[in-house]
Structures are given as C-alpha cells and as structure tokens.
Ligand binder design. Sequence first.
Ligand code: FMN
Length: 209
Amino acid sequence: MLMKQHSSRILFGITGASGAIYARVLLDELVCHGHEIHLVASRNSLVVMCAELDVSFADGRFDASILLGRKPPAGQITVYDDTDMAAPLASGTFHSDGMVICPCSMKTLGLLAGGIGQTLICRAADVCLKEKRRLVIVPRETPLNLIHLRNMTTLCETGAIILPAMPGFYHHPKMLDDIAAHLVMKICGALGLPRSDRHSWTGTAVETV
Ligand SMILES: Cc1cc2nc3c(=O)[nH]c(=O)nc-3n(C[C@H](O)[C@H](O)[C@H](O)COP(=O)(O)O)c2cc1C
C-alpha cells in the first residue's frame, strides 16, 4: 500500500550475500514511501533469495514482484540486468539521490574497493562515489578477514557509508521481519530518507512530565 509520496530516486543493488530478507523488507519500505526505485539484482543474489526466502524465478530472471510478494505500483520499480553496462545508472549524468547495496557480498565489496566497475551494480556504485552521492553498503559476512576489513576501510575513506547487516535487539523483535525492519530503519536514515521511528531507542528516562 502506498503511504506517502516522496520524490527520491534510489538505486538499489542486491548481491549474493546472506540476508535476502533485508532486501525484501527494504524494498517494501521504499515502495511504501513512494520512492522511484532502480533495481539491479546480481545473478548470485537470485540463488540466495531462492534459498532463504523460498521463492523461485521463472527462467532464472529476477522479478521484483516475487521478491516483494505483491505487484508494486506501475512504474515505481525499474529493473536492470547486472550485465547491462549501457543502463542509465552506469552514467553520472543519470541523477540519483543515493544508492544502497543490500546485502553486499565480499566479492562485490572487493570489486568496489578496487574501483572495478565490472558489473552494473559496481559501476553504478563507482559513479555514486565519483559524483559524491550517497552510497550505503550493507556488507554481510562473518568472520571478516583482513582483506574484507581493508576493503571496508577503503570504501569508507572514499565516502561510502558502511552499514553492516548487524541488527539491534533492544526493540524486542518478535519476528524475522522485525529484526530486518530495525536494520532497514538504519539504512533509510543513512540514505537521508524519512523513516519510521517505530524501532528507535527512546531512552531509559524514569518519567516524562
Ligand atoms: C546461500 C549462500 C549464502 C551466501 N552468503 C554469503 C555471505 O553472507 N557473504 C558473502 O560475502 N558471500 C556469500 N555467499 C557467496 C556469494 O554469493 C558469492 O561470493 C558470489 O560470487 C557473490 O556474487 P555477487 O556479489 O555478484 O552477488 C553466499 C552464497 C550462498 C549460495
């Protein structure tokens, strides 16, 4: 259901790290707030989505309605192939209000840190960095080796926001979606988008007068 109209144009990359539920809940949040979404799912992300969300994609082609679990409003989500280097988001002339890669695999993180725009996701993220636009990277792996840590440092130094898939638990989540929603609230904040404060920490005050 559409809740509110905003004009933000958000680029959204989904890669093959564990945590497909984060992608689903984030997509739902962006759709509900009426954002214009330009979505790229890597080939490997489809494998993880199928394994973790019990979905399947006909002919192995990504379908945003299947990830979302419903049909989004017409025209709100544009999907591109990760090999399509002629897509608009491969160019700095295509304005965006920011990009998020959620979840982000260590492979994609490595390509990004090396400045290798080999996939559309990597190229679009590289464009965000060079154009000084917001880039929020949601890496997921554990444990992390020194290469992973150095890649995150490089990207942080270059202007990306590193927002690891580390949900909090102080809002007493009851369901998996509640856990994901906490992280999604953080991602929306990092993207500079209005967000629901449903999961915000309200402190330990004894009394409000
Ligand atoms: C079920 C499953 C879970 C995975 N989880 C992770 C993960 O949490 N982090 C990670 O870096 N790679 C993970 N991988 C491996 C990536 O999918 C693999 O490195 C892939 O090449 C990433 O490609 P992409 O970045 O183009 O999507 C996982 C693979 C599978 C099949």
